[in-house]
Write a protein that binds this ligand. Structure first.
Ligand SMILES: [Zn+2]
Ligand SMILES: [Zn+2]
Length: 139
Protein backbone atom coordinates (compact mmCIF):
# COMPACT_ATOMS: atom_id res chain seq x y z
CA UNK A 1 0.00 0.00 0.00
CA UNK A 2 2.86 2.38 0.82
CA UNK A 3 4.24 2.06 -2.68
CA UNK A 4 1.03 3.14 -4.38
CA UNK A 5 0.54 5.90 -1.83
CA UNK A 6 3.87 7.33 -2.97
CA UNK A 7 2.52 7.64 -6.50
CA UNK A 8 0.04 10.25 -5.30
CA UNK A 9 2.60 12.19 -3.27
CA UNK A 10 3.45 14.72 -5.94
CA UNK A 11 -0.10 15.20 -7.13
CA UNK A 12 -2.88 17.30 -5.67
CA UNK A 13 -4.98 14.16 -5.24
CA UNK A 14 -5.97 12.86 -1.85
CA UNK A 15 -4.95 9.29 -1.15
CA UNK A 16 -8.48 8.01 -0.63
CA UNK A 17 -8.93 4.30 0.16
CA UNK A 18 -10.70 3.91 -3.19
CA UNK A 19 -7.88 5.47 -5.20
CA UNK A 20 -5.28 3.45 -3.34
CA UNK A 21 -7.25 0.26 -3.96
CA UNK A 22 -7.53 1.04 -7.68
CA UNK A 23 -3.81 1.83 -7.94
CA UNK A 24 -2.91 -1.29 -6.02
CA UNK A 25 -5.01 -3.39 -8.37
CA UNK A 26 -3.38 -1.84 -11.44
CA UNK A 27 0.09 -2.33 -9.94
CA UNK A 28 -0.72 -5.95 -9.17
CA UNK A 29 -2.21 -6.76 -12.58
CA UNK A 30 0.27 -4.81 -14.69
CA UNK A 31 -2.28 -3.98 -17.38
CA UNK A 32 -5.93 -4.08 -16.53
CA UNK A 33 -9.25 -2.82 -17.88
CA UNK A 34 -12.06 -1.04 -16.07
CA UNK A 35 -14.38 -4.05 -15.78
CA UNK A 36 -11.66 -6.26 -14.32
CA UNK A 37 -10.75 -3.64 -11.72
CA UNK A 38 -14.42 -3.39 -10.81
CA UNK A 39 -14.80 -7.13 -10.53
CA UNK A 40 -11.65 -7.58 -8.43
CA UNK A 41 -12.45 -4.72 -6.07
CA UNK A 42 -16.10 -5.62 -5.56
CA UNK A 43 -15.24 -8.02 -2.73
CA UNK A 44 -13.60 -5.35 -0.58
CA UNK A 45 -15.52 -2.37 -1.92
CA UNK A 46 -18.99 -3.65 -2.74
CA UNK A 47 -20.37 -0.12 -3.00
CA UNK A 48 -17.77 1.08 -5.50
CA UNK A 49 -19.57 1.44 -8.82
CA UNK A 50 -18.17 1.11 -12.31
CA UNK A 51 -18.79 4.84 -12.78
CA UNK A 52 -16.80 5.71 -9.66
CA UNK A 53 -13.86 3.64 -10.81
CA UNK A 54 -14.10 5.15 -14.28
CA UNK A 55 -14.06 8.65 -12.81
CA UNK A 56 -11.07 7.82 -10.62
CA UNK A 57 -9.18 6.27 -13.53
CA UNK A 58 -9.61 9.46 -15.51
CA UNK A 59 -8.52 11.65 -12.61
CA UNK A 60 -5.45 9.47 -12.10
CA UNK A 61 -4.72 9.58 -15.82
CA UNK A 62 -5.06 13.36 -15.94
CA UNK A 63 -2.40 13.84 -13.28
CA UNK A 64 -0.15 11.32 -15.00
CA UNK A 65 -0.16 8.62 -12.34
CA UNK A 66 -1.55 6.00 -14.69
CA UNK A 67 -1.41 5.56 -18.42
CA UNK A 68 -4.15 4.39 -20.74
CA UNK A 69 -3.13 1.90 -23.40
CA UNK A 70 -5.09 2.12 -26.59
CA UNK A 71 -4.93 -1.39 -27.93
CA UNK A 72 -6.80 -2.32 -31.10
CA UNK A 73 -9.98 -4.30 -30.63
CA UNK A 74 -9.78 -4.53 -26.86
CA UNK A 75 -11.08 -2.63 -23.88
CA UNK A 76 -8.73 0.13 -22.83
CA UNK A 77 -6.22 -1.08 -20.33
CA UNK A 78 -4.44 0.97 -17.70
CA UNK A 79 -0.97 0.71 -16.24
CA UNK A 80 1.10 2.58 -13.68
CA UNK A 81 2.83 5.42 -15.52
CA UNK A 82 5.99 5.59 -13.40
CA UNK A 83 7.80 2.68 -14.98
CA UNK A 84 10.83 2.25 -17.13
CA UNK A 85 9.90 3.11 -20.72
CA UNK A 86 8.67 0.01 -22.46
CA UNK A 87 6.66 -1.26 -25.37
CA UNK A 88 3.86 -3.78 -25.61
CA UNK A 89 3.27 -7.16 -27.16
CA UNK A 90 -0.41 -7.94 -27.63
CA UNK A 91 -1.52 -11.54 -28.18
CA UNK A 92 -4.49 -11.71 -30.53
CA UNK A 93 -5.41 -15.17 -29.22
CA UNK A 94 -5.57 -14.66 -25.43
CA UNK A 95 -5.41 -10.88 -25.25
CA UNK A 96 -2.39 -10.95 -22.95
CA UNK A 97 -0.39 -7.71 -22.95
CA UNK A 98 3.30 -8.13 -22.22
CA UNK A 99 5.85 -5.44 -21.47
CA UNK A 100 8.90 -5.55 -23.66
CA UNK A 101 12.04 -3.45 -23.77
CA UNK A 102 13.06 -2.56 -27.29
CA UNK A 103 15.73 -0.37 -28.75
CA UNK A 104 13.82 1.98 -31.06
CA UNK A 105 16.85 4.06 -32.04
CA UNK A 106 16.88 2.39 -35.47
CA UNK A 107 13.29 3.49 -36.11
CA UNK A 108 14.15 7.03 -35.05
CA UNK A 109 17.23 7.07 -37.26
CA UNK A 110 15.27 5.76 -40.22
CA UNK A 111 12.53 8.36 -39.79
CA UNK A 112 15.16 11.07 -39.59
CA UNK A 113 16.78 9.87 -42.81
CA UNK A 114 13.66 9.10 -44.81
CA UNK A 115 11.14 11.66 -43.55
CA UNK A 116 13.45 14.20 -41.93
CA UNK A 117 11.32 13.67 -38.84
CA UNK A 118 12.70 14.15 -35.33
CA UNK A 119 11.27 11.51 -33.02
CA UNK A 120 10.81 12.62 -29.40
CA UNK A 121 8.92 9.65 -28.27
CA UNK A 122 8.15 6.31 -29.85
CA UNK A 123 5.85 3.69 -28.49
CA UNK A 124 5.47 0.34 -30.19
CA UNK A 125 2.59 -2.11 -30.05
CA UNK A 126 3.28 -5.48 -31.66
CA UNK A 127 0.29 -7.71 -32.39
CA UNK A 128 0.65 -11.46 -32.81
CA UNK A 129 0.55 -14.78 -30.99
CA UNK A 130 2.28 -15.29 -27.65
CA UNK A 131 4.50 -18.27 -26.81
CA UNK A 132 1.86 -19.82 -24.50
CA UNK A 133 -0.81 -19.77 -27.22
CA UNK A 134 1.62 -21.18 -29.77
CA UNK A 135 2.44 -24.01 -27.38
CA UNK A 136 -1.24 -24.75 -26.85
CA UNK A 137 -2.05 -24.80 -30.54
CA UNK A 138 0.86 -27.10 -31.36
CA UNK A 139 -0.32 -29.76 -28.89
ZN1 LIG B 1 -1.64 -15.66 -26.11
ZN1 LIG C 1 3.15 -1.95 -20.00
Amino acid sequence: MEKVKKLLEHTSLKATPQRLAILKEIAKMGHVDLETIHKNLSKNFPSMSLATIYKNLHTLKDVGVIKELNIDNTKNKYEIAAQEKHHHLVCKMCGEVTDVFLDTSQISRQLKDVENFDVDYCEVYCYGVCSKCKEKSSN
